[in-house]
Structure formats: structure tokens, C-alpha cells
Ligand binder design. Structure first.
Ligand SMILES: NC(=O)c1ccc[n+]([C@@H]2O[C@H](COP(=O)([O-])OP(=O)(O)OC[C@H]3O[C@@H](n4cnc5c(N)ncnc54)[C@H](OP(=O)(O)O)[C@@H]3O)[C@@H](O)[C@H]2O)c1
Length: 320
């Protein structure tokens, strides 16, 4: 059987780094596209034999280069995404135009499949530019290429995420924690290893023309997540529900920083539940059970933010 050649866009991100490990362990030949080959070479860790991982530097979306890359792959996976806009990085370019281009090329070169990462809970978030751009990207892909798989994960967490680790850092330093929308917004966090296992299985199986919501085993409100993170780092903090007007002002302030903690668009998105919609199948419907439980997984790395660090005693935490 011909070895599958997998082309990965966004391989240095949280999901990409973990996907590269599992794919290389399974002996796929991977071409990882990045804007900075030196940084990528440092970040990506593999279990691949020499020659099984190739890095390609692409500073901007160069049509000819993308065309030749897609021509020589059998499966293309797009993991490129942004949480906020910068000068040249607009939601529309990254989440709509780029997947549109990739799926057109996938069709033109008749590759085996195109896997694209979109997001959960965006159907109802009609006032968010992020959500609109992701939905429009999904529509373009469905129209362009029938051998496509669109995955819509809830929050993806792991020791190398930007979510639980950032909140644990904040919670370990700040005496109070604001709760947006009373902390009632619900999430179904999925562990990155569960998600990359799903992607790996979908690469093997004959499951094209699919939109799949990817969720973990727990449904938790934002407040419950914060309480679990606090418990795992052994801290107590005052949680303050923030009125919308003040939340909006704070987002306006934060978004003036280069890597903002919160933007106005993210605040809009936070209003909507991030759980299964009922519109699409979930990983559970296809038999991909996500086994990693939020409490148990965060305990494996939360010691970094506990008093005493690696020498802290988990027993004391249970008693809080
Ligand atoms: N993580 C989550 O909780 C989550 C939840 C729902 C959906 N998703 C979606 O899943 C996908 C992957 O998520 P992730 O968390 O792994 O993303 P990530 O960590 O933010 O990484 C995304 C990658 O995209 C590339 N990238 C970013 N801006 C780019 C630009 N302007 N031009 C070209 N490449 C750019 C970067 O690669 P280089 O720097 O190497 O070029 C980066 O490594 C995204 O589409 C995201 O929206 C993620």
C-alpha cells in the first residue's frame, strides 16, 4: 500500500504539535508548513524515523507553492487559526479565504481527503466576527470538496495549552477573578490527546464528507472550570461576576496589548454555550469516546502553580 503523505498547515500549534507526534509514531510521512522553520524545528518533537518529517517554510500564502504542496500529498490537514486579528491577519483571510483555497486545490488535485479544524458553538454566535469567519470557511469547504472532514472541537486543553495554563497562572497571582456572564457559559473541554486520536482514526477510516463536533466527557460551566482549576492549584480566590458594561470596557483595554487576554469579539463569543449543538454528529455518535476527564488531567500538570511546585502535597489540595 502506498504510504500516505500528510500535509499539515499549522503544525506548530497546540493541536499540531500533538498530532505530529502521533502521526510520526504511526509512520506517516509528514510535511509540516510553517512561517518560521527555525522556530518550528525547535518546537516540534517527533518519534519519526529520519526523513519522515519535512519542514517547509511559507512566509505568506503563496499560491504556486501551496499548489505544488497539495499536488504531492494524499491528505491535507489545516490547523491554522487565530483568536484575534492583527494588522495583516484578518479572520476572513485565515478562517474563510485560506480554507477555501485549500479545499479548491484539494478538489483540483483529487487528494484522498482534506481535514479542517473549525470550532464548536459558533452557529448561534452571530455577532462574533471570529464565529462568522469560521462558519463561512466551513461553507466554502463543503461546497468545494466532498472528501472533506470538518472537526469542531470545544476548548482543547493540555499541559501545553493557552487556556488552563494561562488561567492557572492568573489564578495563582490575582486575589480576585472576574466571571463573565456570571460564569454560566457551558463548555465540553476535550483533551488534546483525545482530539488527535480522533484525527488519526479519521485519517485511517473511510469517513469523508463529514462535519463532526468534538467534545470531552464533561460539561462544565466557566465558573465550574475556574473552581476546578483553583482546587487543583490549591488556592482560594474571590470570584466576581462582572457586569457586561465593565466586561466590555476591560476587553477594550486588554485588546490594545500585543497578545490580549481578552478581546471584545472573544467577549461576544463567551456569551454562547460551547457544547454539542444537536445539528451535527459528535465523536460519541461515531464511537470515538473521549476518555480523559478534566479534573484528572489538569491534576497532572497543575503542580506548576501550587505553592511548593513539584514538592507540593496533593493530599492538602483534596482537603481545601
Ligand atoms: N485550541 C483550542 O482550544 C481550539 C478550540 C476550537 C478550535 N480550534 C481550532 O483548531 C485549530 C488549531 O488550533 P491550535 O490551538 O492548535 O492553534 P494555535 O496553537 O493557535 O496554532 C495555530 C497555528 O497556525 C499558524 N498560524 C497562525 N497565524 C497564522 C498566519 N497568519 N498565517 C499562517 N499561519 C498562521 C501557526 O503556525 P506557524 O507559526 O508555525 O506558522 C500556529 O502554530 C485552529 O483553527 C483553531 O481555531 C482550537
Amino acid at each position: 500500500m502506498k504510504q500516505k503523505e500528510i500535509l499539515l498547515f499549522g503544525a506548530t500549534g497546540q493541536i499540531g504539535r500533538n498530532l505530529v507526534r502521533i502521526l510520526s509514531k504511526n509512520n506517516y510521512k509528514i510535511t509540516a508548513v510553517t512561517r518560521n522553520i527555525h522556530r518550528a524545528g525547535y518546537i516540534l518533537k517527533t518519534q519519526a524515523n529520519p526523513g519522515y518529517l519535512k519542514l517547509v517554510e511559507l512566509k505568506k500564502f503563496d499560491l504556486d507553492k501551496i499548489d505544488s504542496l497539495i499536488k504531492s500529498c494524499s491528505i491535507c490537514v489545516n490547523l491554522i487559526g487565530i483568536l484575534y486579528e492583527k494588522k495583516k491577519d484578518h479572520f476572513k483571510i485565515i478562517h474563510t479565504d485560506f480554507p477555501n483555497l485549500l479545499s479548491q486545490k484539494a478538489h483540483e488535485h483529487k487528494i484522498d481527503k482534506f481535514i479542517h479544524l473549525s470550532s464548536l458553538g459558533i452557529e448561534s454566535a452571530i455577532d462574533s466576527e471570529y464565529a462568522k469567519s469560521k462558519i463561512n470557511g466551513e461553507k466554502k469547504i463543503v461546497k468545494n470538496f466532498s472528501n472533506s472532514i470538518i472537526l469542531k472541537p470545544s476548548i482543547v486543553y493540555s499541559v501545553d495549552d493557552n487556556f488552563t495554563t494561562n488561567f492557572m497562572k492568573l489564578l495563582s497571582r490575582l486575589p480576585v477573578m472576574p466571571l463573565y456572564y456570571n460564569g454560566e457559559t457551558k463548555f465540553s473541554p476535550i483533551h488534546v490527546l483525545d482530539l488527535v486520536n480522533i484525527i488519526n482514526d479519521l485519517i485511517i477510516k473511510d469517513n469523508n464528507n463529514l462535519i463532526l463536533e468534538c467534545i470531552g466527557p464533561d460539561t462544565l460551566s466557566f465558573k465550574e472550570i475556574i473552581l476546578k482549576l483553583l482546587k487543583s492549584i490549591g488556592k482560594k480566590r474571590i470570584l466576581i461576576p462582572l457586569p457586561y458594561a465593565i466586561a466590555k470596557l476591560s476587553a477594550k483595554f486588554f485588546q490594545s496589548f500585543p497578545n490580549p487576554l481578552l478581546t471584545e469579539d472573544q467577549l461576544k463569543l463567551l456569551k454562547y454555550d460551547n457544547i454539542k449543538s444537536g445539528i451535527y454528529k459528535t465523536n460519541y455518535d461515531l464511537g470515538f469516546k473521549t476518555v480523559r476527564k478534566f479534573d484528572e488531567e489538569i491534576m497532572k500538570y497543575s503542580y506548576n502553580w501550587r505553592t511548593g511546585g513539584q514538592f507540593s502535597k496533593p493530599d492538602n489540595i483534596q482537603n481545601l
